[in-house]
Write a protein that binds this ligand. Structure first.
Ligand code: ZN
Length: 425
């Protein structure tokens, strides 16, 4: 028994900290800032960081990881996922039939798929299960300690929404009064004081981003797609509270007026941003607010399968989402990649990168949206580029991804914090 415990302890140590020096040898690496493809790529990784690149000589004892024919890129980042939900053997109803423990394990499974697809960092903009314990914060911690094979996770805990709004699960599930009446701990608020309490509760328990619902949703049961939900004072109170901790606020926004109100309240990113007019785009640029468009999923939804009311809303919003994104890209809005997985299934996150190039981005811009721009939104230094001294989050694809962006959908090697998760030769 003692031997087993000792063996397990040793295993845990190697998982948590992989301090071994490794030399990655590939054909090339992409400087995602300049777009330059640099040949060859010899990258020394040590203690989870990139120690040196393309030096004349290397230490003899270093372990060589040969990746012939491959191009290296920084690990990709998805700024909008919900890890505790997927639609395998399940529909949205699992949020009220599944325990928090089950949801955490479901989340771990989805996190592993995401990591193996080359996404080494994700922002979980809200867990969907109404548990008092924060599932996504627990996943973030488990990932950090090496308990699960998962990306770096920046967790929001519960999304903050008005009573009866997009984030009030009793609405989404059409439940009778009294069945599931949620309060500020679960992100359901009425008034400034409750909005502050909801924010403080998520931060107290480990949230590193705060998610609010500025407007109604496309797929939710409310009448209007675009109506503003949290009022101006509630949004401003959440932002003031979160920013005191240097925690950015992400605002779900479909309708134009709600989006503008959220930007004026000081949020850091607009999620979806379906209906942007010229003024909204100008506001995004003037205030340096990021757009996380979650656009690709609309190409995956079979509208014919939706009930009539939802179909009508989706048909109304879909073309506007495309127009808004293309106009925002053209105007120079900072666009960060987000899939809204599981609406794009976990592990197929790179589909969104391909879709970005169909909405007006160059392949390099699309890759930047998932690397440098995302890192800026996260306020994390030393992440999102292959640079000496930066985090050793490195992936590999065949050939030049600037010539074939779809190659990002077939990532063959994944390293996060200096540890190899996929494709060790
Ligand atoms: Zn979402």
């Amino acid at each position: 028994m003692h031997k087993l415990i000792a063996a397990l302890a040793a295993l845990c140590w190697t998982q948590a900290v992989d301090a071994r020096a490794m030399l990655l040898k590939a054909d090339a690496y992409l400087d995602v800032q300049s777009g330059e493809l640099i040949k060859p790529a010899e990258i020394l990784v040590e203690n989870g960081l990139i120690a040196a690149i393309n030096r004349d000589s290397w230490p003899d004892e270093v372990e060589i990881v040969a990746l012939p024919g491959k191009t290296l890129l920084p690990g990709l980042m998805d700024m909008h996922v919900h890890l505790d939900l997927d639609f395998e053997q399940a529909d949205f109803g699992v949020v009220v039939t599944e325990s928090g423990s089950e949801a955490a394990l479901r989340g771990a499974k989805n996190a592993e798929r995401t990591l193996l697809a080359g996404f080494t960092t994700v922002r979980n903009v809200g867990q969907v299960h109404p548990t008092l314990e924060l599932i996504d914060v627990a996943l973030a911690g488990a990932s950090e300690r090496g308990w699960v094979r998962a990306p770096r996770i920046i967790a929001a805990g519960h999304m903050i929404s008005i009573l009866g709004g997009h984030g009030d699960l009793a609405m989404a599930e059409g439940l009778a009064e009294g069945v599931l009446e949620l309060g500020p701990e679960y992100g359901v608020v009425s008034g400034v004081d409750e909005a502050i309490k909801a924010t403080r509760f998520q931060i107290k328990h480990g949230a590193k981003v705060i998610k609010i619902h500025a407007t109604a949703g496309v797929m939710s049961l409310e009448e209007s797609v675009g109506a503003q939900q949290l009022n101006d004072q509630e949004m401003a109170a959440v932002v003031a509270e979160a920013e005191r901790h240097n925690i950015p606020v992400a605002a779900h926004g479909h309708g134009t007026e709600g989006i503008k109100a959220a930007i004026r309240a000081g949020v850091s990113s607009i999620e979806h941003g379906s209906m942007l007019d010229d003024e909204a785009i100008e506001l995004l640029i003037d205030r340096g607010v990021f757009l996380v468009p979650t656009n690709g999923l609309m190409d995956l939804i079979n509208l014919d399968l939706l009930p009539a009311q939802k179909r009508a809303k989706a048909e109304f919003v879909s073309p506007r989402m495309n127009q808004s994104l293309t106009a925002a890209i053209k105007a120079g809005v900072k666009v960060a990649l987000g899939t809204d997985a599981p609406l794009i299934p976990h592990g197929q996150n790179a589909f969104e990168i391909v879709k970005m190039t169909e909405r007006g981005m160059s392949p390099l811009q699309a890759i930047q949206s998932a690397t440098t721009v995302a890192a800026e939104l996260l306020r994390i230094d030393n992440l999102g580029q292959i640079k000496s001294g930066w985090h050793a989050d490195i992936i590999a694809v065949d050939g030049n991804p600037l010539d074939d962006i779809a190659s990002l959908q077939a990532v063959s090697f994944v390293m996060k914090a200096g540890r190899i998760y996929k494709g060790a030769p």
